[in-house]
Each structure stands twice: as C-alpha cells, then as structure tokens.
Design a protein around this ligand. Structure first.
Ligand SMILES: CC(C)(COP(=O)(O)OP(=O)(O)OC[C@H]1O[C@@H](n2cnc3c(N)ncnc32)[C@H](O)[C@@H]1OP(=O)(O)O)[C@@H](O)C(=O)NCCC(=O)NCCS
Length: 219
C-alpha cells in the first residue's frame, strides 16, 4: 500500500535486521537505559503466538522507517470462558520520521486486516498519549484487568468491533513472548549484533515508570 511517499508492506526475512535496527533507534533510552525491543521482535517472530500476516513495515527509499507487530493473547471471563484477542506491539517509527502520521497509517491498516481475519479486540500496554487518538480506551472502561483485579493505567484496549467485550469482566492473559527481555545478559548479548550505542538516563524513563506503575482504582 502506497501512502504519499512511503510504502506499507509485510515484513520479510530480509528486513529483520533493518527493522530491528530502526526499532532500536526508536526505543533507545526511552523507557530504560538502552532498550530490549529489538530482542523482543526477534523472539516474537519465533513465538507460537506471533501473527506474520500482521507484521507490517513502513519503508521509504529502501529504508525502514516504521513497524508494527501483533501476537495472540487471551481473555478469560469469570465463568472460565476464553476469548482470543490481539496483543499489539511493538510499534515504532524512526525518530526522524515521527509525528507525521506513520504509526497512525500502520495501525489503521493493520486494524482493518485484523478485523477481516476475525479478531475483534486489540490490547497493549503503553503510554496512553500514543494510543487514545486511535480509539483505545482504558482497560477499566471495558472491565479488562489482570488477575487480582488490577487495572493498570497503561493497559489499553481497543474494540475493533463495537460491543465485542460486552461489559462482562475479563482477565487479561498476555502471551510470554517478551519474557526473554527480563534476562539482562540475553539483551546485552543480542545488542552486540548492532552498532555500539551509549546507554543513558533521560526524563522519558521517569514517565515510563509512572505510567507502568499506575493503576486505576475508581470507575
Ligand atoms: C509512539 C510512536 C509509535 C508514534 O508514531 P508516530 O508515527 O510518531 O505517530 P503519529 O504521527 O502517527 O501520531 C499518532 C497519534 O499519536 C498522538 N501523538 C503523537 N505524538 C504525541 C505526543 N507527543 N503527545 C500526545 N499525543 C501524541 C497524536 O494524537 C496522533 O494522533 P492523530 O493521528 O489523531 O493526530 C513513535 O513516536 C515512536 O516510535 N516512539 C518511540 C517508540 C514508542 O514509544 N513506541 C510505542 C511504545 S508504547
């Protein structure tokens, strides 16, 4: 799909290193000193929950400038009924190309495809600023929580089909594709496949801490 001057297309194996290099630029020092998203992408592509049909990149003049990936997770209601949903992420755009509508195009395109594939709900953990304009709402609004009735402020839900979650209480069980990112040695080892970059503190890491440790306690 052509969009002004860039193209949205499925990622291929030949793109993997370029896409991860771009993602590393987008995420570096953003949430923590350094980042682990390039390893996450590498692990996700090999995970059983990964959905290759929704693995999209944005390309400009042969350069990777954005990407989005999805995997399957599930919700369980209070009667034990299970529902498959999409977990979105990572999504990122190269810093030189941010705020030009590229993630919007990637998300809107893949949301449409996901709906055609039969998915009706997308969930991700992230900074609400980046997602509310795409129709995401707080998990609390849809009664989606983690076990223990925890409604994280950063747990965001989008119904691709209105009413898909029908108001009942759901417990979110994300897949474990990102588990390897907790292994610092694995992250550092994988990072050696990329050009050296300096880890440093920046204020967005405090913002990330606040978002990722906040819960919504009131309706
Ligand atoms: C977050 C990110 C993917 C957004 O991609 P982008 O192409 O720059 O975003 P877009 O230009 O498509 O803007 C998307 C929407 O986000 C909102 N938005 C963008 N920047 C914003 C900001 N600084 N503050 C508040 N809202 C913002 C806008 O409302 C926009 O909505 P609109 O299309 O209705 O105007 C990109 O900035 C990025 O890669 N950041 C680093 C990695 C990251 O944070 N990924 C997400 C992990 S949670």
């Amino acid at each position: 799909m052509k969009n002004n001057d860039y193209t949205l297309r499925l990622e291929t194996e030949k793109d993997y290193h370029k896409t991860e290099t771009m993602a590393r630029e987008a995420f570096w020092n953003l949430s923590v000193p350094g980042c682990s998203e390039h390893l996450f992408m590498h692990a996700l592509r090999q995970h059983e929950a990964f959905i290759p049909q929704l693995d999209f990149v944005a390309e400009l003049d042969g350069e990777m400038i954005g990407c989005v990936m999805y995997s399957e997770s599930y919700l369980i209601d209070e009667n034990g009924n299970k529902k498959t949903v999409l977990t979105m992420g990572p999504v990122c755009v190269h810093p030189k190309h941010q705020r030009k509508g590229i993630s919007r195009a990637l998300l809107e395109h893949t949301f449409g495809l996901a709906l055609e594939m039969g998915y009706d709900t997308v969930i991700n953990f992230g900074n609400p600023d980046n997602y509310v304009a795409r129709g995401y709402k707080s998990c609390r609004k849809y009664n989606v929580c983690f076990e223990g009735d925890i409604y994280p402020a950063a747990l965001l839900v989008k119904e691709l089909k209105e009413g898909a979650l029908d108001g009942r209480k759901w417990f979110y069980h994300p897949n474990d594709a990102d588990a390897i990112c907790n292994d610092e040695k694995a992250v550092d080892d994988y990072d050696k496949h990329f050009p050296p970059k300096v880890k440093a503190w920046q204020p967005s890491q405090e913002e990330f801490y606040i978002h990722s440790h906040s819960v919504i306690n009131r309706e």
